[in-house]
Design a protein around this ligand. Structure first.
Ligand code: UD1
Length: 346
């Protein structure tokens, strides 16, 4: 099958490309090589078309005859300042909209795209007395006082966490999250208007070989890994009890392959969204310890906090398993120990 892959030079895109190539698919690789992700002295890969999805209307010919578009290009991270907002809106919102219009013009009706767990905002919480509740936003006063757990809105007692499923309320809390939710909305509108089919993959915390070194836009795995490479302790914020799901990039690529094949064969509902996760929640303190143990460097729990961070967001892998037949193969214990020795992108 012929697959046009955007973001083909990125951390996740490159892993998808490896698996598409290995499966014998014909890949049309596209990447804009934006400096925020690739720096300014990138060595050009001649097999990648250096094109921007925001100008997909100018390269419609590349889309003709394509069976599925796998759309991975995006501006990532949480947004450093408000000044980044136009970048997220431009690369992610506008980029997706222009790509969808170009796909319509070229007659391409199948899409798999990268969404994110950030569309949920906070995860799923339960109070021992009040059952499932929606926490508010953590206040500066609570965070300053070291009260990191979300309190129950009714009784103020600390809430416990549970796995988020795809029907959870969507509550984006950053420019990046807003742009990923917009991507989902554009894709589902396109499905209806163009009589097309799309799959949105809500990635959890992705890590693995060729992850970019730490930048202001990096997730915590890259930050910890880069600290260890410099011989420094990973600095764990809050009390380290915040929970995430770390999913290996090879599993993310496998979820994309499964989705590309399923959407091409019309095996799914017209619009689907799936969590892409390992299904094995882990605390940030344990992540730092696992990475530190493999490098012989102890982490430091600093008690610092970032105002935009959510406390816990961990996901149920069930829907992807049942509908898509996808389950992660690399658990965090095995994957994080190996990640210490895997090369980062230079
Ligand atoms: C991250 C990404 C998000 C992406 C999502 C899923 C960023 C900034 N966030 O969200 O864009 O969609 O994964 O892949 O890229 N922490 C430390 N020490 C540090 C840095 C962070 O303890 O040096 C803590 C944070 O306080 C937070 C946790 O680690 O509690 C996770 O941080 P991070 O990876 O940045 O953000 P996520 O919310 O998980």
């Amino acid at each position: 099958m012929k697959v046009l892959l955007t973001g083909a030079s990125g951390f996740i895109g490159a892993a998808i490309r490896d698996q598409l190539d290995a499966s014998g698919h014909d890949v049309v690789a596209v990447d804009a090589l934006i400096p925020q992700a690739h720096g300014t002295d990138t060595v050009p890969d001649v097999s990648v078309h250096r094109l921007d999805v925001r100008q997909a209307d100018t390269w419609v010919d590349l889309l003709r005859g394509v069976d599925v578009v796998c759309h991975q290009s995006a501006m990532v991270g949480a947004g450093v300042t408000v000044a980044d907002m136009p970048l997220y809106a431009s690369h992610n919102d506008l980029g997706t909209a222009v790509l969808l219009a170009a796909m319509e013009e070229a007659g391409v009706k199948r899409l798999v795209f990268a969404s994110s767990m950030v569309v949920y905002g906070e995860g799923r919480y339960v109070c021992a007395t009040h059952g499932h509740v929606q926490p508010g936003v953590r206040t500066v006063a609570d965070l300053e006082a070291g009260r990191f757990d979300n309190p129950c809105p009714s009784c103020d007692r600390a809430l416990g966490w549970e796995l988020v499923d795809e029907d959870a309320r969507l509550d984006p809390r950053s420019s990046y999250a807003a742009s990923k939710l917009a991507t989902e909305h554009y894709a589902s509108a396109w499905v209806r208007q163009a009589d097309a089919r799309a799959v949105g993959l809500r990635y959890h915390n992705v890590y693995g070989a060729r992850m970019p070194r730490d930048t202001p836009y990096s997730g915590v795995a890259a930050i910890f890994r880069s600290s260890l490479e410099r011989g420094e302790s990973p600095r764990v914020f809050e009390d380290g009890g915040q929970m995430r799901d770390f999913v290996h990039v090879t599993d993310v690529a496998r979820a994309n392959l499964a989705s590309i094949e399923a959407v091409a064969e019309d095996r799914l509902a017209p619009y689907e969204a799936f969590n892409v996760c390992s299904g094995e929640p882990v605390s940030i303190r344990d992540v730092a310890q696992m990475l530190g143990a493999a490098s012989g460097i102890d982490p430091v729990v600093t008690g610092q906090y970032r105002l935009g961070d959510v406390r816990h967001v961990v996901a149920s892998p069930e829907r992807a398993r049942q509908v898509l037949g996808f389950s992660a193969q690399v658990g965090p214990e095995q994957g994080l120990a190996a990640f210490v020795h895997e090369p980062l992108r230079t």
